[in-house]
Design a protein around this ligand. Structure first.
Ligand SMILES: *Cc1c(COP(=O)(O)O)cnc(C)c1O
Length: 489
């Protein structure tokens, strides 16, 4: 199957590209992104057929329905990385929290956040494409904390790919920073930036627009690609767990095949929610997708009122930092799917020029037929963490935002799948504070106090970080990024 562009074609890019071309060069005409030309129809037959499939067989069947130009042995190798998750048979466990609320845990991979779900297999696919074409790729990732560790982990020691990972010094948790700076491999460079995440992202944008930088990369015969969720190579792996979680509910008799459910997604760049949207369009019985946000509530405003308005907004730091995002990239794919290329090009141009766009009344009705949304303040989130713990469930602050959406966004009493995107170990100070009221200055104290309170042990993969040797100690000013990356290459 081929891929087309969200903002239409500019006459310079090809009209359609293959999956591998969309992965290697993810930015399309007019700054748009790639989407599948059509979606495969799976339907109830497919679901019935896979009722007893394990995660990998289901994934293989979904990927093959897309007819992508990736060799079967590469797909097998990519999917084999789910064997490294806590339970190879069930990489995505489902926990029952209330009679009609189940949490699908997406964090059981090597870096303990849901980015592993897509980035683990994506690393194999990208590296093998690069090898096959005998090309070298540079991935530059700017991270607020979860993408960086997951990108480093997946590309570590892979051929024909180098990764430069930029993080705001002091802007991540201790665990997140240690996950990055202890990752030792010749093809990885981790760079701390003096500034916050916005500064870091801004510096990356400037670098990517620099003609001098591009010329130097060309000289060294290096191509640039992206590992964030504008890359469809990530989205395709994020469809699978929505279908898997539904089938899991059928298997445990929580629902009957064909029953509708709510998907309840903690959202930032909208990759996770987009995976749910595509699954719905492919035939998964979904009533609505609930979009949970924190105080950076642009998505709530869009879905409730049809306004995407950044005119009086600046990013607010919250206790769910992976969702501290104002420009949510994958919303564009929804706009394209619902309203077409011309309209989404117009929306995106308005956002770039006026920091604002507005849906018509009928467009808003269409959006609301699929999505509902609400946002959760930090204090509310803390209370949800506390209440869930009292009921026997330990969760992180991103997951907590879904509990608010579960309370406020459902208009039918249907079974709900909420997605948990991070393990408690990654955002421990907030959780320790919610459970005990204490304020820990660092992660290790918070981890210990949660472990004690919940009578569990700190997973070795996290505990060992504190004794691991630091492999990267570069911390620089923004204007030195270009020089630093070039000297690494
Ligand atoms: C990345 C991330 C999110 C946001 O996911 P999107 O696909 O960008 O919407 C939510 N929670 C955590 C913990 C994350 O790392």
């Amino acid at each position: 199957m081929n891929f087309i562009e969200t903002r239409g074609n500019d006459g310079e890019h090809p009209i359609e590209v293959t999956f591998s071309a969309a992965i290697l060069a993810p930015i399309a005409s007019f700054g748009g992104i790639y989407v599948p030309k059509t979606l495969p129809e799976l339907g109830l037959d497919f679901l019935q057929q896979h009722i007893d499939s394990n995660y990998k067989s289901l994934a293989k069947a979904v990927l093959s329905a897309f007819e992508i130009d990736i060799d079967a042995d590469v797909i097998d190798e990519a999917l084999s990385l789910y064997d490294k998750f806590d339970d190879a048979d069930k990489p995505v466990p489902l926990a029952k929290v209330k009679d009609d609320l189940y949490v699908s845990e997406l964090y059981h991979g090597p870096t303990r956040a849901f980015k592993d779900m897509a980035l683990q297999p994506f690393g194999v696919v990208l590296s093998s494409l690069a090898q096959k074409r005998n090309e070298n790729y540079l991935i530059i990732a700017a991270t607020s904390g979860d993408t960086g560790p997951a990108a480093l982990e997946t590309f570590k020691n892979r051929d024909n790919v180098q990764v430069a990972c930029l993080y705001p010094d002091g802007g991540t948790s201790d665990v997140q920073r240690l996950q990055m700076v202890t990752e030792d491999a010749e093809n990885l460079k981790v760079i701390g930036i003096h500034g916050d995440f916005d500064d870091t992202q801004h510096a990356l944008k400037r670098l990517l627009g620099s003609a001098a930088f591009k010329a130097k990369l060309k000289e060294k015969n290096i191509h640039l690609s992206a590992a964030n969720s504008v890359n469809f190579g990530r989205i395709i792996f994020q469809l699978i767990y929505h279908i898997y979680s539904y089938l899991e509910l059928v298997r445990i008799n929580a629902i009957s095949m064909g029953d509708k459910v709510y998907l309840d997604v903690p959202s930032g760049n909208f990759g996770n929610a987009l995976g749910g949207y595509y699954a719905l369009k492919m035939g998964l019985p979904v009533e609505k997708i609930l979009i949970a946000s924190n105080k950076n509530n642009v998505l709530t405003q869009l879905i409730k009122f049809g306004q995407y308005d950044l005119r009086n907004m600046s990013v607010i730091s919250t206790s769910s930092p992976a969702m501290d995002i104002l420009k949510s990239s994958n919303v564009e794919r929804i706009l394209f799917d619902m309203f077409g290329a011309e309209r989404s090009k117009e929306f995106m141009a308005n956002l770039d020029n006026d920091k604002h766009y507005e849906l018509s009344a009928s467009e808003l009705t269409q959006l609301q037929s699929i999505f509902a949304a609400d946002f959760c303040e930090d204090d509310e989130g803390k209370q949800y963490i506390k209440d869930a713990f009292a009921d026997g469930y330990l969760m992180d602050p991103h997951t907590a935002t879904c509990f608010k959406a579960y309370d406020t966004c459902r208009d039918k009493p249907l079974t709900t799948i909420a997605y948990s995107t991070a393990e408690w170990t990654k955002f421990s100070p907030t959780i320790a504070n919610a459970l005990t009221g204490e304020q820990d200055a660092n992660d290790i104290d918070a981890l210990k106090s949660i472990a004690k309170e919940a009578d569990i042990t700190i997973p070795a993969i996290i505990n060992d970080l504190f004794d691991k040797e630091i492999a990267h100690n570069t911390i620089i000013d923004m204007q030195d990024i270009e020089k630093e990356i070039l000297s690494f290459l």
